[in-house]
Ligand binder design. Structure first.
Ligand code: TMP
Length: 392
């Protein structure tokens, strides 16, 4: 299936960058043999992760709480003697700072220098690099083998997972674990949240696909834990085959995936049809509201919003601007559709009639802090799982 030409989701542009923006075809494909849903065309990683990378994990209070919990859980279950933890794609250090505070030896491996710099300011040891077998060898030489390699919303960004398996095998202790969590295919299908698909998400994993990808590298999934983050995620715990006991949760999730039809190609045809009807409903609602003279803005210029805006062809004729709290995005324009991104203060100063909630995965946090907007009569437009107007 194809969602058409897409720009890089996190590359917010200035006016003089409108010409010459990088586009690629966003076309996910399902492999019935190994159960993997992945993008056919994978943009060059250097186009996505660079010194202008606009995604800072610290922007959400609920994610700070989530990462503190993730770190505690790793410390409780997976750290033995003289622990050493490595995080892939450690961003601004939001998770590793919990290990740093607890005095646990740690290293973040983060390819975008601007976010790595912020992590160091928080006392998080960070190496600016992609995680490759060579990097793993160098890290092991300098710091020793790791008890745990952890990641959150990173593994699905990495095209060459064989190299990750190889690098993990180099770096981990014999009973070491590779733990990662990412948006879950089952949730995307259930919620029709097609905006999980964008350049950085090369894969939307299921248990079955993780088993087949990392199984080839000698790893097996020994535990799975469902997460509410990013609109529905799954945490996978992998260890070298036979090195650790396997939890019952793994068999249960495999059975549930079959019941959901995740193994069946027809599920993905239905998903495509649902995306098309969701697009038609959103565009017609915005057009209809516009004809009544309503002011519509967007709330949160998320990476996911790039897919929705470009797939639906929504530009500034329908959405006046998008309010976002990340300074690097403010004053710039959304990739491909060129809607201005403005500070949250502009939203508060002159409330619109409607706000399209692009950060729908943070709906609870946002609606509870925007009660003044609701009190002023402001309404929310959501599109996951279906298009509707909500008065908080
Ligand atoms: P994401 O985690 O869903 O990708 O969303 C991150 C973006 O959303 C980031 O640019 C900050 C923005 N955001 C706001 O502007 N206000 C908020 O209240 C939240 C939670 C996020």
């Amino acid at each position: 299936m194809s969602f058409g030409n897409m720009p890089i989701a996190n590359r917010f542009v200035t006016e003089h960058e409108f010409e010459g923006e990088y586009f690629f075809e966003l076309a996910p494909a399902f492999c019935a043999e190994c159960g993997t849903l992945q993008l056919v065309e994978q943009p060059d990683p250097a186009e996505m992760f660079h010194d202008q990378y606009a995604f800072f994990s610290r922007t959400s209070a609920s994610m700070q709480v989530h990462f503190a919990g993730y770190a505690d859980w790793v410390m409780q279950h997976y750290l033995g003697q003289e622990p050493f933890v490595v995080e892939l794609g450690s961003n601004d250090g939001i998770m590793l700072e919990n290990f740093a505070r607890a005095g646990v030896r740690h290293l973040g491996v983060e390819p975008s220098e601007n976010v790595a710099k912020v992590a160091r300011e928080y006392g998080v040891n960070t190496l600016c690099s992609f995680f490759t077998p060579d990097a793993a060898t160098a890290i092991r030489g300098e710091h020793g083998a790791a008890n745990a390699i952890i990641a959150a919303n990173v593994m699905c960004h990495i095209p060459d997972l064989n190299a990750i398996g190889e690098a993990a095998d180099i770096l981990l202790k014999p009973d070491g674990v590779l733990i990662f969590e990412d948006p879950y295919l089952g949730s995307m299908i259930e919620k029709n949240s097609y905006d999980q698909l964008y350049d950085e998400h090369v894969y939307i994993f299921s248990l079955r696909s993780v088993q087949s990808i990392f199984g080839r590298q000698g790893f097996e999934v020994v535990d799975v834990l469902e997460q509410g983050t990013h609109g529905g995620s799954m945490r996978y715990v992998l260890a070298r085959a036979g090195s650790r006991a396997c939890s019952d949760t793994v068999g249960r999730l495999r059975a549930q995936e079959s019941r959901l039809g995740l193994d069946n190609p027809a599920t993905y045809d239905r998903f495509r049809e649902n995306c098309e009807s969701n697009r038609a409903a959103l565009v017609s609602l915005l057009r209809e509201l516009k004809t009544t003279g309503a002011r519509i803005v967007g709330y949160a210029a998320t990476s996911k919003s790039t897919t929705v805006l470009n797939y639906c062809g929504i530009d500034s004729s329908l959405i006046e601007y998008i309010s976002d709290t990340t300074p690097i995005k403010q004053g710039r324009y959304t990739p491909g559709t060129h809607i201005p991104v403005r500070p949250h203060a502009d939203f508060v100063e002159y409330y619109p009639d409607y706000a399209v909630l692009f950060a729908w995965n943070h709906a609870k946090e946002i609606m509870s802090k925007e009660t003044a907007y609701a009190d002023a009569g402001g309404k929310w437009i959501t599109f996951v799982p279906k298009v509707e107007i909500k008065q908080a």
